[in-house]
Design a protein around this ligand. Structure first.
Ligand SMILES: [Zn+2]
Length: 241
């Protein structure tokens, strides 16, 4: 180990490995002082809780990936200093090796600015964390797509049963330039006009309205009859046309 040595950190669930390299060459220079610090991974329930929060809050995931620690996560995770207080050993075998302190101090600084590295040490490496969250999002999107497909299929099936909708007719008619023509159902409508028989004429009782006037009902029936006759004449005229 020299003054120009640089510490390389390798964070894995439950362990942090610190090695030393020259500043101008990131290859480990002196593996004899490889330091291993044990970290207690967090309980599966807490891991699941963290994943759940991140699944529900994409912005917090974005912040985490950007190096920020959402407040709720800050409260859940031990401080970077506490994380580095676990049992540490140096490959040289010297329990008082200065490399132990160097790695602890350097790693504490780095972990304070890197929540993802802290999560890795605590059992949630970046790759697995992202796989879990994106996997859940993907599954929920797939199930939503399936639901939409089912609804669409049922709508198409229903449409096949009831035939084209008025909207379909309008779209087709507009396309064919016959929007002004009545639709096919219009031609199916047949109106049968026939004059009612005399006996079917039921005049309302106007007598209470015209008290003292004789022959009210007779006059009313006469008016009804004349009106009906006129209507019948018109009907016949139209039929001839
Ligand atoms: Zn050592």
């Amino acid at each position: 180990m020299t003054d120009v040595a640089k510490i390389l950190l390798d964070a894995r669930p439950g362990i942090l490995i610190g090695t030393f390299a020259k500043s101008d060459d990131e290859q480990p220079e002196d593996n004899n002082h490889e330091v291993r610090i044990s970290v207690e991974v967090c309980a599966p329930q807490i891991q699941e809780g963290i994943l759940l929060e991140l699944r529900e809050n994409a912005h917090d995931l974005y912040r985490l990936l950007s190096g920020e620690t959402p407040l709720w996560l800050h409260d859940l995770l031990p401080s970077s200093t506490n994380l580095m207080l676990g049992e540490a050993t140096c490959h040289c075998g010297d329990s008082t090796c200065p490399s132990l302190l160097s790695v602890r101090e350097y790693a504490s600084q780095q972990l304070a600015a890197d929540p993802m590295m802290r999560l890795t040490l605590m059992g949630l490496p970046r790759k697995e964390l992202l796989l879990s969250i994106f996997g859940t999002w993907s599954a929920s999107t797939t199930s939503q797509t399936k639901e939409i497909a089912i609804v669409e299929a049922s709508l198409i099936e229903e449409k096949e049963k009831i035939g084209p909708t008025p909207g379909d007719w309008l779209a087709e008619a507009a396309e064919q330039g016959r929007l002004h023509e009545p639709g096919p159902l219009f031609r199916d409508v047949t109106i049968h006009l026939s004059p009612p028989e005399d006996s079917e004429l039921h005049a309302d009782d106007w007598t209470p309205l015209l008290q003292g006037v004789p022959g009210v009902q007779k006059a009313l029936r006469m008016i009804l009859k004349k009106t009906a006759d006129t209507a019948e004449k018109r009907r016949r005229t139209w039929l001839k046309e």
